[in-house]
Write a new protein. Structure first.
Lengths: 294, 232
């Protein structure tokens, strides 16, 4: 697989191909599998993503602690009244919350790139595809592009909140979703690269500070705001806006910031929202509730 | 080498790729090492596994893995209640493992049919795992490939015999690691392979009189899925 997104953009541009095509070709060569088999596997991931989205939108799930769940349905229920931006934006936010609510309730999701950041990619991709009437084939290609971006981030920086903070989870997910969506909506490989950079610049420094160390709060909402950042990046990149720092350098600096991040901000619940007075109190109460429930 | 399908995956029961899916994989690998569902299991959780394991279902996931459930199997949620019916008697406790180990680490001491084994495994993130110690030997087993693990007397030609048996079954070896505590003692061999390991090959390896025991570890992708759950 590529270790440089800029190299993948150059290859795709030279071959008049998409990032999805060069990613699938590289994966086929690396793994000794056919492109059809890889696309079939991505298609199954897409089905699980859809299942999780639908399950979460039903709105009847609660997490182990009881602190998260049911919020995706609120966005759907109030879709007509009082929407600020509304439309596809609101639908994407609802989908992101839905997948994370399923995750927090020990439902089945696709960790893409991780479980804690699993809401962004299905929300942005299926939300936009639904709005534009795009086919499953287009979505499978988008997942291949997203996988390429995630693989480069894994190689150059990190996809782990414990290593790099939330910028490495929902931040990376926002970059993956932005690049994949930009290409899915007709953007060039170069525009997709800028979409990744534009999304990830907006999440640099984001800490991982879950209450009680559990993938619930603020993780569920970080997936919604991460999706919003991805949408903003797509909107800008497709308008022809470029980001002056090359995308590989943005990814590299995300890794560097992660390595320099105090351990309190790397999934340990020692800092950030987890360490606020209310964060500590809720974490204590929820752990009692989990013990009682089991 | 990172695969697209590692990034767009795994399909898993939430909420945490490291604390739930990775924990389940450690249980699955340990299950293969003891040769099936253990009769007894002492599960010790270290670091972040100990601190936040309960809220992440780490205990459910490890016990589910010991019962043979994959990370995408919704039965993981009820594994603790199912264990007794499967003949598994287990305990879960918190511990501190000495030395420099990953914060998401578990030590499993398993018993089955008169055998016992102690395995320490770490969950590295995104569902990837590494077994770091088996019965006191430092090892590195990822479980990403079909893997042969064996303990044998350290003697000339042993590697050649083992690789010869695998070659006869057209099993290609991706990596090979040898660990020993001293010269001429026992050596631990870990062979990660490109192809599934035929049970017959393990039989022939175990038949060698200088091999103490040998096991095949299946990669998660090669395991049967949940009866009703989604396909991988």
């Amino acid at each position: 697989m590529y270790r440089s997104l800029e190299e993948a953009v150059r290859d795709a541009t030279a071959r008049r191909a998409t990032l999805a095509q060069v990613a699938l070709a590289a994966e086929a060569e690396d793994q000794g599998r056919t492109v059809e088999a890889i696309r079939a596997a991505l298609g199954r991931a897409l089905e699980v993503m859809r299942g999780a989205t639908g399950r979460g939108l039903a709105g009847d799930l609660r997490s182990a602690s009881g602190l998260v769940g049911g919020d995706a349905a609120k966005l759907v229920a109030g879709a007509g009244a009082g929407a600020v931006v509304g439309g596809v934006f609101r639908d994407v936010l609802a989908r992101a919350l839905a997948v994370q609510e399923v995750n927090a309730a020990m439902g089945v999701i696709v960790a893409a790139p991780t479980a804690g950041g699993a809401g962004v990619l299905p929300a942005v991709l299926t939300g936009l595809a639904h709005a534009r009437g795009l086919s499953d084939d287009a979505l499978v290609d988008a997942l291949a592009t997203a996988g390429l971006i995630g693989a480069v981030v894994a190689e150059r920086a990190s996809l782990s909140g414990a290593e790099g903070g939330c910028q490495a989870e929902t931040g990376a997910a926002a970059g993956m979703a932005a690049g994949a969506a930009a290409e899915m909506l007709g953007g060039t490989p170069a525009q997709a690269g800028h979409a990744v950079a534009l999304a990830m610049q907006g999440t640099l420094g984001l800490v991982c500070d879950p209450l009680g160390g559990l993938v619930e709060l603020p993780c569920v909402f970080r997936n919604a705001t991460g999706s919003a950042i991805a949408l903003a990046a797509v909107e800008m990149a497709l308008a022809g806006i470029t980001f002056a720092i090359p995308v590989d350098e943005v990814i590299d600096v995300m890794g560097e910031i992660g390595r320099g991040m105090d351990v309190r901000y790397r999934e340990t619940a020692g800092g950030g929202l987890a360490a606020t007075p209310t964060g500590r109190r809720l974490a204590r109460e929820r752990l009692v509730q989990i013990k009682r429930g089991s | 080498m990172v695969s697209l399908l590692d990034i767009i995956g795994p399909v898993m029961v939430g909420p945490s790729s490291s604390h739930t899916a990775g924990a389940c994989r450690i249980g699955l690998l340990a299950r293969d090492l003891i040769g099936g569902t253990p009769e007894t299991a002492r599960v010790e959780l270290h670091g972040s596994f100990a601190r936040t394991g309960e809220g992440h279902g780490t205990d459910l996931a490890i016990v589910g893995g010991l019962l043979g459930f994959r990370p995408d199997d919704e039965r993981l949620r009820g594994s603790l209640d199912m264990a007794a019916g499967e003949g598994l008697d287990f305990t879960v406790e918190k511990t501190t493992i000495e030395g420099e180990v990953h914060p998401n680490t578990a030590r499993l001491t398993l018993g089955r049919r008169g055998l016992s084994i102690t395995v320490t495994g770490s969950s590295l993130g995104a569902g990837r795992v590494e077994l770091i110690e088996i019965d006191g030997y430092d090892v590195s087993v990822s479980g990403a490939f079909p893997t042969v693990v064996l303990l044998a007397q350290d003697r000339p030609g042993s590697v050649a015999r083992i690789t010869g048996i695998l070659a006869d079954d057209a099993v290609n070896i991706a990596t090979l690691r040898l660990t020993r505590k001293r010269r001429g003692g026992d050596a631990f061999m870990v062979l990660e392979c490109d192809d599934p390991i035929p049970p017959d090959a393990i039989g022939r390896i175990e038949h060698l009189d200088w091999v103490r025991w040998a096991r095949a570890l299946r990669s998660v992708a090669d395991r049967p899925g949940a009866p009703t759950g989604p396909r991988r």
